[in-house]
Design a protein around this ligand. Structure first.
Ligand SMILES: *Cc1c(COP(=O)(O)O)cnc(C)c1O
Length: 434
């Protein structure tokens, strides 16, 4: 498959090139410019095909211009030592749990595939790279875990000192080896600016810098894989009743699902559930797109006021809001309903969910009132243990913690405090890599 820029469909690139570039040179995002037909592959899966097998078949079909069949198998094996799980709530509702990876959030799928494929290409070209990334929390922990001990790659993560949760900080600062955490005396915006400026600085040209942010194709493509696995598990449900509900912020997860649908997967509709940062639900209702500064909510990994993947969605539907509306229904959920839903699932089903998953489940409930025959699968994006405070506020006690988070308690933080200018960052980078 070949990828093109959302801003110029003549600007084409292989997966390998797009992976290391991140953003297209014209500022656009890379998207698959020809939709492959994967119906035969989908039919070939056995009833209980495991996630790795589904992943390696789909990856091979998508990336066969960049790697052999054997290599895509090896890549899937290495990238996914963890799997999604499906939990049945009732005959019309399942939860697709995507948080059983190393950082306990769905971003592990994207980050792990990105890291594994970068390692694969760097090793085969005998090259080295430094991943430079800024984080306000969630992305950094998934990236750090994904790149840990990868060959030919070093990671430098910038985060705002004192402004991320202690748990997230520990996830990034306790690994060591090729993962370096820089604690910036400034805001997240400062961190982002420093990273952005570093990429264009002529004095850093001799370091092979690359990014790992969420717009990278290497993170987007693998997010389609669990839709393939889940639909195969739910094969008995007819296509016209198959609905997926995706708690969304930057809309990468949802965009990957839309691609999977156009590659042949039987999904009729997507529910885009958001918190009060509802730019896209509003667009679907009014046809007017008004990006704006984000507001803080309990589901803070979805506090996005200008969703980066909107550009990919517009390209997919050729700027026709009517056809996007046929596939995507937007539903916005407020903070009170989020807490209420966490409480409800805890009390009625003895099921602990994170605030983002609660946004999805509440939206599914609203949708189901008007569509009683549809089957809805809600994507569960994080383990509730990552959002202790909100969970506790809803039900009055802490959720159970996954092993990956429990282990962090005894580990020591290692980081370096730096100022908030490009010069501070350059000094460190030059010391490390010259
Ligand atoms: C990143 C994130 C989301 C939003 O995903 P997008 O692909 O940006 O829409 C939802 N929930 C959690 C827990 C996340 O970390």
């Amino acid at each position: 498959m070949v990828f093109a820029s959302t801003r110029n469909k003549e600007l084409k690139m292989s997966f390998q090139k797009a992976l290391f570039q991140g953003l297209s040179p014209d500022g656009g995002l890379f998207y698959p410019c020809k939709m492959p037909d994967m119906t035969d592959i989908i039919k070939s899966f056995s009833e209980n095909e495991n996630f790795k097998n589904v992943a390696s078949s789909v990856i091979y079909h998508l990336l066969n211009e960049d790697m052999s069949e054997t290599d895509s198998k090896i890549l899937a094996e290495r990238a996914f030592p963890f799997s999604p799980k499906l939990k049945k709530i009732n005959d019309k509702l399942h939860v697709l749990e995507l948080y059983h990876g190393p950082s306990s959030a769905f971003k592990d799928f994207g980050a792990s595939f990105l890291a594994t494929s970068m390692e694969y290409f760097l090793q085969s070209n005998d090259k080295k790279a430094v991943i430079l990334t800024a984080t306000s929390g969630d992305t950094g922990s998934a990236v750090a875990r994904a790149f840990y001990e990868k060959k030919n790659i070093d990671v430098v993560i910038l985060y705002p000192k004192g402004r991320i949760s202690p748990l997230q900080e520990k996830q990034m600062t306790t690994l060591g080896k090729n993962i370096h955490a820089l604690e910036v005396e400034g805001s997240f915006d400062d961190c982002q600016k420093m990273v952005k400026d570093a990429f264009t600085d002529p004095e850093l040209k001799n370091i092979n810098l690359s990014s790992a942010n969420s717009i990278n194709l290497g993170r987007l493509i693998p997010q389609s894989l669990y839709y393939f696995w889940a639909v195969n598990q739910l094969k008995k449900i007819p296509e016209e009743q198959q609905v997926f509900c995706v708690p969304s912020g930057n809309f990468g997860n949802l965009t990957a699902g839309l691609y999977a649908k156009y590659w042949g997967l039987s999904i009729r509709k997507f529910i885009a559930s958001t918190n009060q940062n509802d730019v896209i639900p509003e667009f679907l209702k009014t046809s007017v797109y008004t990006p704006r500064p984000s507001i803080q909510t309990y589901s803070n990994a979805m506090d996005v006021g200008s969703p980066s993947n909107f550009e990919r969605m517009q390209t997919l539907y050729q700027n026709d809001v009517e056809s996007m509306r046929k596939d995507v229904r937007g539903i916005c959920i407020d903070d009170d309903s989020t807490l209420e839903t966490i409480r409800k699932y805890n009390n009625e089903f003895n099921y602990e969910i994170c605030p983002h998953t609660a946004v999805g489940l509440k939206a599914a409930e609203i949708y189901a009132q008007k569509h009683p025959f549809d089957h809805i699968t809600v994507l569960s994006t994080a383990h509730p243990g990552k959002f202790l405070e909100v969970f506790n506020k809803a039900v009055g006690h802490d959720p159970e913690l996954p092993l990956s988070l429990l282990e962090l308690k005894d580990k020591t933080k290692v980081s370096e405090v730096i100022g908030n200018t490009l010069t501070d960052l350059k000094t460190i980078l030059n010391k490390m890599y010259r």
